[in-house]
Design a protein around this ligand. Sequence first.
Ligand code: C2E
Ligand code: MG
Ligand code: MG
Length: 444
Amino acid sequence: MILNAAVPNEFSALRVITLATDPACVLRLASALGGMGVTPLATVASLEALQAWLSAHRVDIIVCEIRSECGDGLMLPSVLKALHDAGTLMQFPSIFWTGETTLNVQENLIEATVTPACEAPAKQLWVKHMGGVAISALESHSRLAQSAGISVQILRDGGPLELGDALRTVLLTLAQPDPKLQAMTFESLAEDEVINALTTGEGLRFVFQPQFELLSRRIVGAEALVRWKHPRFGEIPPAVLMPLVNRLGLDLLLFSLVEMWTLRVMLALKRENITIPIAVNASAKTLCTPNFAERLALRMRQADLPSRLLKVELTEDVQEPDELHLSASLTTIRAKGFQVSLDDFGSGAATFKLLANLSFDEMKIDGSFVRGVEQHASSRKVIAGIVNWAGLLNLSLVAEGIEDESTIPLLHRLGCRVGQGYALARPMEIDAFLNFVIEREKNG
Ligand code: C2E
Ligand code: MG
Ligand code: MG
């Protein structure tokens, strides 16, 4: 992605450190950064020296060389995480990985072992490497770092345009508030303000994001999401609100509020003869509330709505839910005719265990794979694998977090039929959502 040509001094305020041992590489990095108007604060040769720097200075970017004989570059995200967890590092610097790229031949060992040598020659694979490490392995590692909150960019060709884009991405990120710092600010939110918002509904809204059949762009469902506008801090992201709600034991109350507004939306759509399922998020704890399914079924009956219109998305708020209890609850919910979806599949190890042990109607592919689908071959392979699993387990599938129109045909080719994301439609206030769905329905 080319964002822009470099503007002189554009990057001069960035605080950059290089981590490299090979003198030729040190010179190459210094010259590439110099060409962008960046003078590194320091060049260090070991992780120990880097840690000393980080404990005393704020650093925006660490440019480091990847070499198979030295694991420092690969270890860097874990070192940063440990410093962060120990309270030494307030904000993660971005990491740029660079190194010599080569196309190496790799014997396909699996083929070689299953095919007798006399019958066919072992298949040869050409694999792209950086500094002797397969790029696909670097991509997986960078995605893992990303999910720990650390941005890693792989500079494959090391050219000035690529470096300029990477530096500009960091500049843009720095201009936005850091979510971790934001979370710390919000921690000062008084608990009674959250209790007040949930009990009075003050500042609370519910928005709805449509889900589309990717090929026809027909609306086939929607998801309800909470919004809270705090009188002093403004919009509080659900990522901050939800842990507070769960800690205060207000999750069931929130579920009831979302459910109430969702039923109102369903009734408004029913008046227009539109029947699309709407999903409501719920944690394992909420779903394990005694008589949860019975109460939900009663509400639907009172509203004269069929259960199949309400979908429950299981979110991963608890690391190790009581699977036996959860299995009983999910089975009861499904037996009452509600659909159950496994949210954010692939975002954590727990989702795989849940998929293996419990039964669902649907799984949602985590947005982190979807967002990387064009850039990372590994994301494409993971999505293709999930599509396979969904087929084997007879589950429907929703791809989440589709931000770019250009990814839609690719997702479709990989086997995703339904999707949700900013490229298709953003979450909308109730009136806007109803108008949007009704208009679409009228115009075919
Ligand atoms: P989720 O259930 O996976 O919801 C999808 C999130 O992705 C929403 O974030 C939505 O606004 C966002 N999103 C949709 N399209 C895109 C896209 O193209 N790109 C990106 N980057 N994001 C996209 P939101 O509303 O901030 O919610 C975050 C999480 O908070 C939800 O993740 C869900 O786990 C939880 N949550 C939100 N509302 C509720 C609620 O009413 N009850 C419960 N229990 N949890 C909720
Ligand atoms: Mg969800
Ligand atoms: Mg999700």
